[in-house]
Ligand binder design. Structure first.
Ligand SMILES: Cc1ncc(COP(=O)(O)O)c(C=O)c1O
Length: 397
């Protein structure tokens, strides 16, 4: 069967084999601890549900404009203006089916074949895939040698006349790192000087660990507005990943092009989700996200105490989101009961089979030395799962 060439650029989700094994183990009665999830383990806010119920009762079942209702776009413009400290108008923002669609729209409206896109490595795997789908070329820059921080000097070295976009994701998936304000300011200045777009994925902006601060690029360099595509989402901030609601803020011609594209692809994101979020934005008192962050701070504290006891394991600075990125490279090549762990994928398979813990291999994020752990699962599971990992590491010879 001959499918389109572009299908070769779309790999299956890296976790599908692990999910199959995890399901087999669960069927056999094992208590599998799932560190692989990319979402909060709490229910969404009551005001979101209330807004959705009202929308359903009022029969809000029909199409809305492609980038959302005018009322919600107005609220969104106010939200983005507050968040960035820079004025955004209704025509400079739009609603999408999750941050993922906002990123896809950005790739489709900004990139031509042969354009280059700078992507910091480790990266969220969807970034390079979408760039390739647009016919452009990902150019990876390493953060690992610099404590997983993105340095402006490293970005500058990668810039060529073909560079069209730099993608920045902070707080970062998979590392949990938040990039330094001083470096971000320098990268913004570089983008301005060289006429390069920045796509700023800040969908974990509201999930920041105690003692850290999310720095907005625009607060650091307000002139960047003309070269900036902001991507954000209600998925993580309101614990509603399944409702599919994200957004974009960008110069009006970019947003208009996205509106045209979205009008021919998916049309509007779910109308019920839009009305629900509109209601939530009106009534949110900020308590929900504060509670979530307090809970995640405590889980992180417990998690790091166990990680500190793990032999020859280092961890990226866990400053935001809900991920720990553990470098297990010192253990690759070792064996357990005759099974040798040649690479990080095999390490994850061994962890699942012998310790019943599901990790995500760093290979999926461009870093074959590490594993990603989500601590957005129950505190008991975080503790028990990491103790199991510690025991496994101690048994490897
Ligand atoms: C860095 C990053 N960007 C975007 C997304 C997509 O989020 P959404 O559910 O809003 O599409 C995710 C989801 O995990 C993510 O980790």
């Amino acid at each position: 069967m001959k499918l389109a060439e572009r299908t070769t650029k779309i790999a299956p989700p890296g976790t599908s084999r692990m999910r199959t094994i995890a399901n087999e183990l669960k069927e056999q009665g094992a208590h599998v601890i799932n560190f692989a999830a990319g979402e909060l383990d709490v229910d969404t806010l009551d005001i979101v549900k209330e807004g959705a119920r009202q929308a359903i009762d009022k029969g809000r079942n029909i199409y809305t404009p492609a980038l959302g209702t005018p009322a919600l776009r107005k609220q969104l413009a106010a939200l983005v203006s507050r968040h960035t400290g820079t004025d955004y108008a209704q025509g400079e923002v739009g609603l999408t089916a999750g941050a993922k669609q906002a990123l896809y729209n950005a790739a489709m409206v900004l990139l031509d074949p042969d354009d280059e896109v700078i992507i910091p490595n480790p990266y969220w795997v969807t970034f390079p895939t979408q760039v390739e789908l647009a016919g452009a070329r990902p150019v990876f820059v390493e953060t690992r040698p610099h404590g997983y921080k993105l340095l402006a000097s490293v970005v500058e070295e990668a810039i060529t006349p073909k560079t069209k976009v730099i993608i920045i994701n902070s707080p970062n998936n998979p590392t949990g790192v938040m990039y330094d304000a001083a470096e971000l300011a320098k990268i913004a200045a570089l983008a301005l000087a060289k006429d390069i777009w920045i796509v700023f994925d800040e969908c974990y902006a509201s999930l920041v660990r105690s003692g850290h601060r999310h720095e907005h690029l625009l607060a650091l360099e307000p002139r960047l507005k003309d070269r900036l595509v902001i991507v954000n989402s209600f998925s993580k901030s309101h614990a509603l990943t399944g409702w599919r609601l994200g957004y974009v803020a960008a110069p009006a011609p970019v947003v208009k092009a996205m509106e045209n594209l979205q009008g021919h692809t998916t049309s509007n994101p779910s109308s019920v989700a839009q009305y629900a979020i509109s209601h939530a934005l009106e009534h949110d008192d900020g308590q929900f996200i504060a509670r979530v962050n307090t809970m995640l701070d405590e889980r992180l504290r417990r998690a790091l105490a166990i990680v500190a006891r793990m032999p020859a394991v280092t961890v990226a600075p866990a400053q935001g989101a809900f991920y720990l990125f553990l470098d297990v490279s010192a253990h690759l090549g070792k064996s357990l009961d005759g099974t040798t762990v040649a690479d990080v994928d095999q390490f994850c398979e061994l962890a699942l089979r012998s310790a019943q813990i599901a990790l995500v291999s760093g290979a999926a994020f461009g870093d074959p030395t590490s594993v990603r752990i989500s601590y957005a699962i129950s505190t008991d599971d975080v503790v028990e799962g990491l103790e199991r990992l510690l025991t496994l590491l101690e048994r490897l010879r």
